[in-house]
Structure formats: C-alpha cells, structure tokens
Ligand binder design. Structure first.
Ligand code: NAD
Length: 503
C-alpha cells in the first residue's frame, strides 16, 4: 500500500522512472514493507560523476556569487512548492512524524534563503600592514567539488546545509545519501534539476547523487579531486573517514554522534522544562544527533519532576504517524536499532537502573516494523551505557546536589554536541555557558538540546568531530582563503625588519 503512495509521490516530485529500478530494496520503517528499488552507483559511475563535477567547477567558479545565489533562490522555490510531498516522503522513508518531515523541508528552505543572502556577503578582510605603502587583504575563492555523505535520520536537511552554502561559494556537490533513505535524495536531486532548468546555463554535474552504501562513500573520501568531504553519521564512520581524509590532506567536516545532556536546577520553570525535555528526549523516536540522552535533576526537585516525566512517558502516543497527528513517536529505523536499544537497557539494569518503558509496541500489527515505548531509566550513577550514544529513545536520569559537580559529569563523556540548562538563576546559566561550563558545540538555556535553527553554526566537539555547518561563518569551510600583500611603493621593506641587501 505504501509502495503505491511512494510511486505517486516520486512522480509528483519529478523522479524519473529509470532512477527507480535496481537491486537495492528500499523499505519503510513505518511498516517494514519494500517501497521501491534503486540501483547503486558503480565505481565507474562514481568516477564519471567526480570528473563531471570537476569540469562543472571550472565553469561555476567564474559565475559571480550573487548569480550562483539565484540558482539557490530557485531551489528554495521548488522546495516550497514540494514541501508537503517531500515531507511526506521523509516520513515514509525515515519514520518521522508528519510535522517533523515537513519541518525538515522547512529547514532546507531556510538554509536556501540564508545562502541567497550570503551570496552577496562572502567578505574578506583588509588588514593593516606593518610595512609602508603595503596593503594586506584576504579573498575567499571557491574550493572545488565537495563530497557530502549523509545519515538516515536527516535524509534531506543535512544535504541542504552543505549544498546551499557550497553552491553559492562556487563548489559543486556530489551526494552519497544514506542507503536507508535514498528516495528522498533522488527527489531532492529532481527538484534541483527543475531549479537548474529554470535558472539556465547551469553546468552538468553541479549537483549529483550517488546511491550506495559505505563503498560508494569511500570513493568520495579517497578521491584527490574532492578537496572537502562533509560526512554526517556515527562516530565509528567519522573515525574511519577522518583518518582517510587526513592521509590525503583533504578537509573534512565531520558531524558525528552526540550524548547530549540537560541540567534541571531548582529555580527552573518546571512546566517549561517538562515540555522541552519531552520533545528533546522522545521526539524523532530518539533518533536525532541532538536527542537528549542524559538528564541531571537537582535532588530538591528530583522526585516531583521524575514523577511528572514518567507520566509523559507512559502516555505519549506511539504508532504509525500517517494515521494520526496525535502520534508523537514513530518507529525505530530497523531491527538493528531495536536490538541496540534492548542491549543498552539490559546493560543499564546490570548497573542498578530502574527502567520504565522500552518495550516493543504494535508488534502484532507490524511484525516487520519496530515501534517502542520510549524508556525513562533512573540511574544511580553515570556508568555503563550512559557513557555512549545509543540511537534510540532512552533517557538516563540522574540526580545532583552541586552544580559544579553536575557540569563535571555533564562533560565527562566522549561526545560534545549539544547541551542545555533549565534555570532562572543567571549565575547558574552564565556558568553553564562560560569557559568552565558545557564543553559542547551547542549550549542552550531554558530549551532542550535539540531543534537547532539554521542561523547558528551547527556541530560539536570531541568525538562529535569538530565540524560546523549551516549558519554563522560555516561557509568558510567551502572556500579557500587567499591572503595577499600588495606593495604600491618603490621600496622593498621586509617584514619583521629583516635586512637582505644584495648590493
Ligand atoms: P552511519 O554512520 O551508519 O552512516 C552514515 C553515512 O555514512 C551513510 O551514508 C553510510 O553509508 C556512510 N558510511 C558509513 N561508513 C562509511 C565509510 N567508512 N566511508 C564512507 N562513508 C561511510 O550513521 P546513521 O546510522 O545513518 O546515522 C546515525 C548517526 O549519525 C548517529 O550517530 C547520529 O548521532 C549521527 N548524526 C550526526 C549528526 C550531526 O550533525 N552531528 C546529524 C545526524 C546524525
């Protein structure tokens, strides 16, 4: 049944029928059924795409940046028109609730708008020279074709964070989407092609999709014609990709896992905190890199607050998100994710945890889909599975008495993506944001760690990989910096007062 809806969505989105044949079966986590087939890119096709991107780069870098922005403006228009259809496809392919599927497309529109403005703001500095009659300046030039590897859980937005910036910066993009969500990628490519046709004079190979698994990703990682690879996914993947990129001195933007925490202080608005924590921990069935996984609650409010959280966990509606807007939790992506979740809960029990929820639901109705009740896990200490990312809706709750000690624990994990504090005491909130506070790339006050806007630079420290994407000055990663010193005098004074008289 889903398969025929997918066919009509792909038709509406302009995906050519010959892209929808092949040996790779695509399944929907909503029911476990096969919804389409696609073909993996052969090594030869990947090599051709890279050669084409290189040729496109030679043309595109000469197009003035505001004209490059015009293409991205048209892409934003296509995305606006396709928001419902593409959002629904994301729901079917990745299992998100409908409002989050649409939200993901909105995020693409937002970054397109941002990039259009940016296309007139690729500023460099002028710098005071220490030498008379000299001027120093920086220019930002297009870098070259960019490889983009994405994860299943944000099947389209992550591409757009990279592509919208790369395109205005003058760089073509070759995209290797997750093998678990190739259809949304094909749909986005079709929308890009519509925008390119309207823009006119767009070189072939400016944007390409290569379907496939890890082996196709590795082709991008290892090819010296790609000076930058942006890779989003697990830390295990990033460790491999980062090492291989370093070997050939290529740049990487690594956007990897997170083990995000919040601290709830005694002065917090607990109604607000409850709503924020529920969204951050349960939303997207715990399958966001920024999902809230660890919660430190002050001992003076712990019992009351955890009792309220338990009620939310027991009552939140789980199920097929296409059946009702009241469903807030869709399925896990697959059986492996379900097994990882159960393993983590088992291990937590051996560390003295009290586990609430975590069981499979709707199993009879959907024997091949994995719906779970989110798990609230009361932990005596931050040990065992609490120290790692399990990509499922598990929230480990711990208690604290002293904020400094809580911040120490907060930072005592391998990842450093997102974090938050709930407090109305500015001494506490400022401490959390200070140099001695959260060690993450993102630290929020009175909101949860998930649901970032595109205006800020997104990414994290430590085993999250250190990359930054989307807003602020993240665009600089897609360009090369040229520092120039111009002598407009007749003498040749050397820097640092060095003398070198040749007679
Ligand atoms: P994954 O690591 O299994 O796969 C991600 C992508 O990497 C896929 O396209 C895959 O084919 C490719 N890949 C895997 N190994 C590779 C290799 N050696 N060389 C080249 N490509 C390779 O991740 P997933 O299960 O799709 O996504 C979930 C993970 O992604 C979680 O850890 C989550 O926290 C993380 N994530 C991070 C961010 C972020 O911005 N920090 C955003 C979304 C997801």
């Amino acid at each position: 049944m889903l398969a025929s809806e997918v066919t009509s969505l792909l038709d509406r989105l302009g995906v050519a029928p010959d892209c929808r044949r092949g040996a790779r079966a695509v399944r929907s986590p909503l029911t476990g059924e096969t919804i389409a087939h696609v073909e993996d890119a052969s090594p030869q096709r990947a090599a051709e795409a890279i050669a084409q991107a290189e040729a496109a780069f030679r043309q595109w870098r000469h197009v003035p940046a505001p004209q490059r922005g015009e293409l991205v403006r048209l892409l934003g228009h296509e995305l606006r028109a396709a928001k419902d259809a593409l959002g629904r496809l994301v729901t079917i392919e990745a299992g998100k609730i409908v409002s989050e599927g649409r939200g993901e497309v909105q995020e693409m529109i937002d970054i397109c708008d941002f990039a259009v403005g940016l296309s007139r703001q690729l500023y460099g500095l002028t710098i005071a020279s220490e030498r008379p009659n000299h001027r120093m300046m920086e220019q930002w030039h297009p870098l070259g074709p960019v490889g983009v590897i994405t994860s299943f859980n944000f099947p389209v937005a992550v591409w757009s964070w990279n592509a919208a910036l790369a395109l205005v910066c003058g760089s073509p993009v070759i995209w290797k989407p997750s093998e678990k969500a190739p259809l949304a990628a094909l749909a986005v490519q079709a929308l890009f092609e519509r925008a390119a046709a309207k823009a006119g004079n767009i070189p072939d190979g400016l944007s390409t999709v290569l379907i496939g698994g890890r082996d196709v990703g590795e082709v991008l990682v290892d090819d010296p014609r790609l000076p930058l690879v942006s890779a989003t996914g697990s830390t295990a993947m990033g460790r491999e990709v980062g090492t291989r990129l370093a070997r050939r001195f290529a740049r990487g933007i690594l956007e990897l896992g997170g083990n995000n925490a919040s601290i709830v202080c005694p002065s917090a608005n607990l109604d607000l905190a409850l709503r924020a924590i529920a969204f951050a921990a349960i939303g997207t069935a715990g399958q966001r890199c920024t999902t809230l996984r660890r919660l430190f609650v002050h001992d003076s409010i712990h019992n009351e607050f955890v009792a309220r959280l338990k009620q939310v966990y027991a009552s939140v509606r789980i199920g097929d998100p296409l059946t009702s807007d009241e469903v807030l939790v869709g399925p896990l992506i697959d059986q492996a994710a379900f097994r990882n979740m159960q393993r983590a809960l088992e291990q937590a029990r051996t560390h003295g945890a009290r586990v609430h929820g975590g069981e499979r639901v709707d199993e009879k109705r959907f024997p091949n889909a994995y719906y779970v009740r989110p798990a609230l896990v009361e932990m005596p200490a931050q040990t065992g599975p609490v120290l790692r990312e399990t990509f499922a809706p598990i929230l480990y709750v711990m208690t604290y008495t002293d904020l400094d000690a809580a911040i120490e624990l907060h930072n005592a994990v391998a990842h450093g993506l997102s974090s938050s504090i709930f407090s109305t005491d500015m001494r506490e909130t400022e401490k959390f944001l200070s140099a001695a506070g959260s060690d993450c790339g993102i630290a929020n006050v009175n909101i949860g760690p998930s649901g970032a806007e595109i205006g800020g630079a997104f990414g994290g420290e430590k085993e999250t990989g250190g990359g930054r994407e989307a807003g602020s000055d993240a665009w600089k990663a897609y360009m090369r910096r040229l520092t120039s010193t111009v002598n407009y005098g007749d003498d040749l004074p050397l820097a640092q007062g060095v003398r070198f008289d040749i007679g």
